[in-house]
Design a protein around this ligand. Structure first.
Ligand code: NAP
Length: 320
Protein backbone atom coordinates (compact mmCIF):
# COMPACT_ATOMS: atom_id res chain seq x y z
CA UNK A 1 0.00 0.00 0.00
CA UNK A 2 1.25 3.49 -0.84
CA UNK A 3 2.47 5.81 1.86
CA UNK A 4 0.17 8.47 3.23
CA UNK A 5 0.94 12.18 2.97
CA UNK A 6 -0.95 14.97 4.72
CA UNK A 7 -1.04 18.29 2.87
CA UNK A 8 -1.64 20.85 5.61
CA UNK A 9 -2.01 24.07 3.59
CA UNK A 10 -2.92 25.14 0.08
CA UNK A 11 -0.36 23.83 -2.35
CA UNK A 12 0.60 24.25 -6.00
CA UNK A 13 -1.75 22.19 -8.22
CA UNK A 14 0.98 20.46 -10.21
CA UNK A 15 2.77 19.36 -7.05
CA UNK A 16 -0.52 18.17 -5.59
CA UNK A 17 -1.07 16.04 -8.70
CA UNK A 18 2.45 14.60 -8.43
CA UNK A 19 1.79 13.78 -4.78
CA UNK A 20 -1.51 12.09 -5.67
CA UNK A 21 0.20 9.94 -8.29
CA UNK A 22 2.70 8.68 -5.72
CA UNK A 23 0.94 8.67 -2.38
CA UNK A 24 -2.38 8.45 -0.65
CA UNK A 25 -3.03 12.17 -0.04
CA UNK A 26 -5.20 13.78 2.63
CA UNK A 27 -5.70 17.52 2.53
CA UNK A 28 -6.42 19.64 5.56
CA UNK A 29 -9.11 22.16 4.73
CA UNK A 30 -10.26 24.91 7.14
CA UNK A 31 -13.73 24.64 5.54
CA UNK A 32 -14.03 21.16 7.05
CA UNK A 33 -13.87 22.39 10.66
CA UNK A 34 -11.19 22.68 13.31
CA UNK A 35 -7.80 22.45 11.61
CA UNK A 36 -5.93 21.06 14.62
CA UNK A 37 -8.51 18.30 15.05
CA UNK A 38 -8.15 17.43 11.36
CA UNK A 39 -4.33 17.34 11.72
CA UNK A 40 -4.60 15.19 14.83
CA UNK A 41 -6.74 12.64 12.97
CA UNK A 42 -5.00 12.76 9.58
CA UNK A 43 -1.48 12.46 11.03
CA UNK A 44 -2.40 9.29 12.96
CA UNK A 45 -1.23 6.96 10.16
CA UNK A 46 0.66 9.49 8.00
CA UNK A 47 4.18 8.88 6.72
CA UNK A 48 4.82 12.46 5.61
CA UNK A 49 3.38 15.96 5.85
CA UNK A 50 3.90 18.95 3.57
CA UNK A 51 2.71 22.57 3.75
CA UNK A 52 3.28 25.88 5.52
CA UNK A 53 1.77 28.29 7.97
CA UNK A 54 0.45 25.85 10.61
CA UNK A 55 1.68 25.33 14.14
CA UNK A 56 2.66 21.66 14.47
CA UNK A 57 3.56 20.37 17.91
CA UNK A 58 2.93 17.58 20.39
CA UNK A 59 -0.70 18.62 20.77
CA UNK A 60 -1.74 17.99 17.18
CA UNK A 61 0.90 15.33 16.34
CA UNK A 62 0.64 13.14 19.41
CA UNK A 63 -0.91 10.22 17.45
CA UNK A 64 1.57 10.48 14.55
CA UNK A 65 3.40 7.26 15.30
CA UNK A 66 4.51 6.52 11.70
CA UNK A 67 5.49 10.06 10.70
CA UNK A 68 8.95 10.27 9.12
CA UNK A 69 9.03 13.83 7.79
CA UNK A 70 7.41 17.24 7.89
CA UNK A 71 8.40 19.15 4.77
CA UNK A 72 7.80 22.85 5.27
CA UNK A 73 7.31 25.14 2.27
CA UNK A 74 9.20 27.94 4.05
CA UNK A 75 12.65 28.79 5.30
CA UNK A 76 11.47 29.86 8.78
CA UNK A 77 10.55 26.94 11.03
CA UNK A 78 9.36 28.69 14.17
CA UNK A 79 5.88 27.12 13.69
CA UNK A 80 7.27 23.68 14.48
CA UNK A 81 8.27 22.23 17.83
CA UNK A 82 11.76 21.17 16.78
CA UNK A 83 12.51 19.65 20.20
CA UNK A 84 9.49 17.37 20.02
CA UNK A 85 10.22 16.37 16.40
CA UNK A 86 13.82 15.57 17.37
CA UNK A 87 12.65 13.43 20.23
CA UNK A 88 10.29 11.55 17.88
CA UNK A 89 12.96 11.16 15.14
CA UNK A 90 10.81 13.05 12.66
CA UNK A 91 12.79 14.93 10.02
CA UNK A 92 11.91 18.61 9.63
CA UNK A 93 12.83 19.86 6.16
CA UNK A 94 12.63 23.47 4.92
CA UNK A 95 13.39 25.55 1.81
CA UNK A 96 16.30 27.96 2.32
CA UNK A 97 18.17 29.81 -0.48
CA UNK A 98 15.44 29.64 -3.16
CA UNK A 99 13.56 32.60 -1.62
CA UNK A 100 16.51 34.70 -0.49
CA UNK A 101 16.67 37.21 -3.36
CA UNK A 102 12.89 37.58 -3.68
CA UNK A 103 12.54 38.31 0.04
CA UNK A 104 15.43 40.79 -0.10
CA UNK A 105 13.65 42.53 -3.01
CA UNK A 106 10.55 42.89 -0.87
CA UNK A 107 12.57 44.23 2.06
CA UNK A 108 13.88 46.93 -0.24
CA UNK A 109 10.42 47.62 -1.61
CA UNK A 110 9.22 48.18 1.98
CA UNK A 111 12.25 50.31 2.81
CA UNK A 112 11.69 52.55 -0.21
CA UNK A 113 7.91 52.68 0.19
CA UNK A 114 8.17 53.71 3.83
CA UNK A 115 10.98 56.21 3.20
CA UNK A 116 9.24 57.88 0.27
CA UNK A 117 5.65 57.46 1.52
CA UNK A 118 4.73 55.56 -1.65
CA UNK A 119 1.40 54.02 -0.51
CA UNK A 120 0.04 57.18 1.13
CA UNK A 121 1.09 59.37 -1.81
CA UNK A 122 -0.51 56.92 -4.21
CA UNK A 123 -3.76 57.20 -2.23
CA UNK A 124 -3.36 61.01 -2.05
CA UNK A 125 -3.05 61.23 -5.84
CA UNK A 126 -5.94 58.86 -6.53
CA UNK A 127 -8.18 60.72 -4.08
CA UNK A 128 -7.76 63.92 -6.07
CA UNK A 129 -5.69 65.71 -3.42
CA UNK A 130 -2.98 66.72 -5.90
CA UNK A 131 -4.23 70.26 -6.39
CA UNK A 132 -0.87 71.93 -5.72
CA UNK A 133 2.81 70.97 -5.73
CA UNK A 134 3.65 68.38 -3.08
CA UNK A 135 4.79 70.09 0.14
CA UNK A 136 6.52 69.08 3.42
CA UNK A 137 3.67 66.76 4.44
CA UNK A 138 4.42 64.69 1.37
CA UNK A 139 8.20 64.73 1.74
CA UNK A 140 10.08 61.55 2.48
CA UNK A 141 13.65 60.86 3.61
CA UNK A 142 16.75 60.17 1.49
CA UNK A 143 17.95 56.61 0.91
CA UNK A 144 21.04 56.92 -1.31
CA UNK A 145 24.28 57.06 0.67
CA UNK A 146 22.57 56.61 4.05
CA UNK A 147 23.33 54.06 6.80
CA UNK A 148 21.65 50.67 6.60
CA UNK A 149 21.59 48.54 9.77
CA UNK A 150 20.85 44.84 9.27
CA UNK A 151 19.81 42.79 12.29
CA UNK A 152 20.66 39.19 11.34
CA UNK A 153 23.24 39.02 8.55
CA UNK A 154 22.11 35.59 7.32
CA UNK A 155 21.17 34.71 3.75
CA UNK A 156 18.42 37.30 3.40
CA UNK A 157 20.20 39.90 5.53
CA UNK A 158 23.26 39.62 3.27
CA UNK A 159 21.13 39.94 0.11
CA UNK A 160 19.59 43.13 1.54
CA UNK A 161 23.04 44.45 2.47
CA UNK A 162 24.25 43.77 -1.10
CA UNK A 163 21.39 45.82 -2.53
CA UNK A 164 22.09 48.68 -0.16
CA UNK A 165 25.85 48.67 -0.68
CA UNK A 166 26.03 48.26 -4.47
CA UNK A 167 22.73 49.82 -5.50
CA UNK A 168 22.41 52.71 -3.06
CA UNK A 169 25.97 53.38 -1.93
CA UNK A 170 24.88 52.73 1.64
CA UNK A 171 27.10 52.40 4.65
CA UNK A 172 26.22 48.97 6.12
CA UNK A 173 26.13 48.05 9.82
CA UNK A 174 25.05 44.66 11.11
CA UNK A 175 24.29 42.84 14.32
CA UNK A 176 24.25 39.06 14.77
CA UNK A 177 25.02 36.76 17.66
CA UNK A 178 28.26 35.80 15.92
CA UNK A 179 30.43 37.99 13.72
CA UNK A 180 30.20 37.17 9.97
CA UNK A 181 33.62 38.27 8.80
CA UNK A 182 33.59 36.87 5.23
CA UNK A 183 30.07 38.01 4.41
CA UNK A 184 30.60 41.41 5.98
CA UNK A 185 33.74 42.03 3.94
CA UNK A 186 31.73 42.00 0.72
CA UNK A 187 29.79 45.11 1.80
CA UNK A 188 32.37 46.64 4.14
CA UNK A 189 29.75 45.99 6.81
CA UNK A 190 30.62 46.95 10.37
CA UNK A 191 29.74 44.58 13.22
CA UNK A 192 27.89 46.45 16.00
CA UNK A 193 26.05 45.88 19.21
CA UNK A 194 22.29 46.08 18.78
CA UNK A 195 22.11 49.42 20.58
CA UNK A 196 24.84 50.94 18.47
CA UNK A 197 23.20 49.75 15.28
CA UNK A 198 19.84 51.20 16.32
CA UNK A 199 21.25 54.59 17.23
CA UNK A 200 23.47 54.96 14.14
CA UNK A 201 21.22 53.61 11.36
CA UNK A 202 18.93 55.59 9.08
CA UNK A 203 17.30 52.29 8.07
CA UNK A 204 17.03 49.27 10.34
CA UNK A 205 16.06 46.00 8.69
CA UNK A 206 15.11 42.99 10.83
CA UNK A 207 16.17 39.75 9.11
CA UNK A 208 16.75 37.28 11.97
CA UNK A 209 15.12 33.91 12.36
CA UNK A 210 12.67 33.76 15.28
CA UNK A 211 14.27 31.95 18.21
CA UNK A 212 14.34 32.27 21.99
CA UNK A 213 16.89 35.08 21.82
CA UNK A 214 15.36 37.04 18.96
CA UNK A 215 11.79 36.99 20.34
CA UNK A 216 10.86 40.57 21.38
CA UNK A 217 14.39 41.71 20.49
CA UNK A 218 13.05 45.15 19.54
CA UNK A 219 10.92 46.67 22.29
CA UNK A 220 10.12 50.20 23.48
CA UNK A 221 13.64 50.71 24.85
CA UNK A 222 15.26 49.70 21.55
CA UNK A 223 12.86 51.81 19.46
CA UNK A 224 13.74 54.85 21.57
CA UNK A 225 17.36 54.48 20.46
CA UNK A 226 16.39 54.99 16.81
CA UNK A 227 16.70 58.41 15.21
CA UNK A 228 13.51 60.42 14.50
CA UNK A 229 14.12 60.24 10.74
CA UNK A 230 14.85 56.47 10.84
CA UNK A 231 12.78 53.73 9.21
CA UNK A 232 12.25 50.23 10.61
CA UNK A 233 11.62 47.34 8.22
CA UNK A 234 10.61 43.88 9.44
CA UNK A 235 10.54 40.99 6.98
CA UNK A 236 11.54 38.35 9.57
CA UNK A 237 8.81 37.39 12.03
CA UNK A 238 6.33 39.65 13.81
CA UNK A 239 7.29 38.43 17.28
CA UNK A 240 10.81 39.83 16.94
CA UNK A 241 9.32 43.33 17.37
CA UNK A 242 6.96 44.42 20.15
CA UNK A 243 4.07 45.53 17.93
CA UNK A 244 2.39 47.71 20.55
CA UNK A 245 5.66 49.54 21.26
CA UNK A 246 6.15 50.05 17.54
CA UNK A 247 2.64 51.48 17.14
CA UNK A 248 3.42 53.91 19.96
CA UNK A 249 6.72 54.96 18.36
CA UNK A 250 4.97 55.54 15.02
CA UNK A 251 2.14 57.51 16.65
CA UNK A 252 4.61 59.69 18.60
CA UNK A 253 6.70 60.09 15.43
CA UNK A 254 9.75 59.05 17.46
CA UNK A 255 10.71 57.18 14.28
CA UNK A 256 9.80 58.28 10.76
CA UNK A 257 8.10 55.15 9.46
CA UNK A 258 7.92 51.37 9.41
CA UNK A 259 7.61 48.87 6.59
CA UNK A 260 6.13 45.61 7.79
CA UNK A 261 5.54 42.25 6.16
CA UNK A 262 5.05 40.23 9.35
CA UNK A 263 3.04 40.61 12.58
CA UNK A 264 2.71 39.08 16.01
CA UNK A 265 -0.58 37.50 14.99
CA UNK A 266 -1.33 36.58 11.37
CA UNK A 267 -3.44 37.07 9.38
CA UNK A 268 -3.73 40.63 10.67
CA UNK A 269 -7.30 41.74 10.20
CA UNK A 270 -7.64 44.63 12.61
CA UNK A 271 -4.85 46.81 13.89
CA UNK A 272 -4.06 50.37 14.89
CA UNK A 273 -1.32 50.08 12.26
CA UNK A 274 -4.02 50.47 9.61
CA UNK A 275 -4.77 53.98 10.89
CA UNK A 276 -1.15 55.13 10.64
CA UNK A 277 0.03 56.82 7.46
CA UNK A 278 3.66 56.12 8.45
CA UNK A 279 3.17 52.34 8.54
CA UNK A 280 3.35 50.34 5.31
CA UNK A 281 1.61 47.03 5.95
CA UNK A 282 1.97 44.03 3.64
CA UNK A 283 0.34 40.61 4.18
CA UNK A 284 3.43 38.39 4.67
CA UNK A 285 4.42 38.27 1.00
CA UNK A 286 8.22 38.23 1.24
CA UNK A 287 8.56 35.17 -0.99
CA UNK A 288 5.30 35.65 -2.87
CA UNK A 289 6.23 35.69 -6.53
CA UNK A 290 4.98 32.93 -8.81
CA UNK A 291 8.52 31.82 -9.68
CA UNK A 292 9.81 31.73 -6.12
CA UNK A 293 6.76 30.01 -4.66
CA UNK A 294 7.16 27.38 -7.40
CA UNK A 295 10.83 26.87 -6.51
CA UNK A 296 9.92 26.56 -2.83
CA UNK A 297 7.20 23.96 -3.34
CA UNK A 298 9.39 21.96 -5.74
CA UNK A 299 12.16 21.89 -3.15
CA UNK A 300 9.71 20.93 -0.40
CA UNK A 301 8.38 18.13 -2.63
CA UNK A 302 11.94 16.87 -3.21
CA UNK A 303 12.67 17.01 0.53
CA UNK A 304 9.50 14.99 1.21
CA UNK A 305 10.19 12.33 -1.42
CA UNK A 306 13.80 11.96 -0.28
CA UNK A 307 12.69 11.36 3.29
CA UNK A 308 9.94 8.92 2.30
CA UNK A 309 12.50 6.98 0.27
CA UNK A 310 14.81 6.80 3.28
CA UNK A 311 17.29 9.53 2.32
CA UNK A 312 17.95 12.50 4.56
CA UNK A 313 16.44 15.58 2.90
CA UNK A 314 18.94 18.10 1.55
CA UNK A 315 17.67 20.87 3.82
CA UNK A 316 16.95 19.41 7.18
CA UNK A 317 16.50 21.49 10.31
CA UNK A 318 17.50 18.46 12.35
CA UNK A 319 18.98 15.08 11.52
CA UNK A 320 17.09 12.06 12.71
P1 NAP B 1 19.40 32.59 8.09
O1 NAP B 1 20.35 32.50 6.95
O2 NAP B 1 19.39 31.51 9.10
O3 NAP B 1 19.70 34.00 8.82
C1 NAP B 1 19.23 34.35 10.08
C2 NAP B 1 20.32 35.19 10.73
O4 NAP B 1 19.82 35.73 11.96
C3 NAP B 1 21.56 34.39 11.07
O5 NAP B 1 22.67 34.99 10.44
C4 NAP B 1 21.68 34.47 12.59
O6 NAP B 1 23.05 34.60 12.93
C5 NAP B 1 20.88 35.73 12.91
N1 NAP B 1 20.30 35.72 14.26
C6 NAP B 1 19.58 34.74 14.84
N2 NAP B 1 19.20 35.11 16.07
C7 NAP B 1 19.72 36.35 16.27
C8 NAP B 1 19.67 37.27 17.35
N3 NAP B 1 19.05 36.98 18.50
N4 NAP B 1 20.28 38.47 17.20
C9 NAP B 1 20.91 38.78 16.07
N5 NAP B 1 21.00 37.95 15.00
C10 NAP B 1 20.41 36.75 15.11
O7 NAP B 1 17.93 32.74 7.58
P2 NAP B 1 17.39 33.52 6.29
O8 NAP B 1 17.22 32.57 5.17
O9 NAP B 1 18.20 34.75 6.07
O10 NAP B 1 15.92 33.90 6.82
C11 NAP B 1 15.76 34.70 7.98
C12 NAP B 1 14.34 34.68 8.44
O11 NAP B 1 13.54 35.48 7.59
C13 NAP B 1 13.64 33.29 8.39
O12 NAP B 1 13.94 32.51 9.52
C14 NAP B 1 12.19 33.66 8.32
O13 NAP B 1 11.64 33.73 9.61
C15 NAP B 1 12.19 35.05 7.69
N6 NAP B 1 11.61 35.05 6.34
C16 NAP B 1 10.50 35.78 6.09
C17 NAP B 1 9.95 35.79 4.82
C18 NAP B 1 8.72 36.61 4.53
O14 NAP B 1 7.91 36.18 3.71
N7 NAP B 1 8.57 37.78 5.12
C19 NAP B 1 10.53 35.04 3.80
C20 NAP B 1 11.67 34.31 4.08
C21 NAP B 1 12.21 34.31 5.35
P3 NAP B 1 23.60 34.15 14.35
O15 NAP B 1 22.97 32.82 14.65
O16 NAP B 1 25.07 34.14 14.20
O17 NAP B 1 23.14 35.22 15.28
Amino acid sequence: MSQKVVVFSQIDREILMKLEQRYQVVQINPKNGDVNQQILEASRDADGMIGAGRVLNERNLKHAEKLKVISSVSVGYDNYDVGYLNQKNIWLAHTPHVLTETTADLAFALLMSAARKVPSLDAWTKHGQWSRTAGPDQFGVDIYGKTLGIIGLGHIGAAIARRGFHGFNMNVLYHSRREKIETAEQFKAEFCTLNELLSRSDFVVVAVDLNAESRALIGAKELQLMQPHAVLVNIARGSVVDEQALIQALKNRSIFAAGLDVYEKEPLQQSELFQLDNAVTLPHVGSATAQTRKRMVELAYKNLVDALEGRQPQYCVKSA
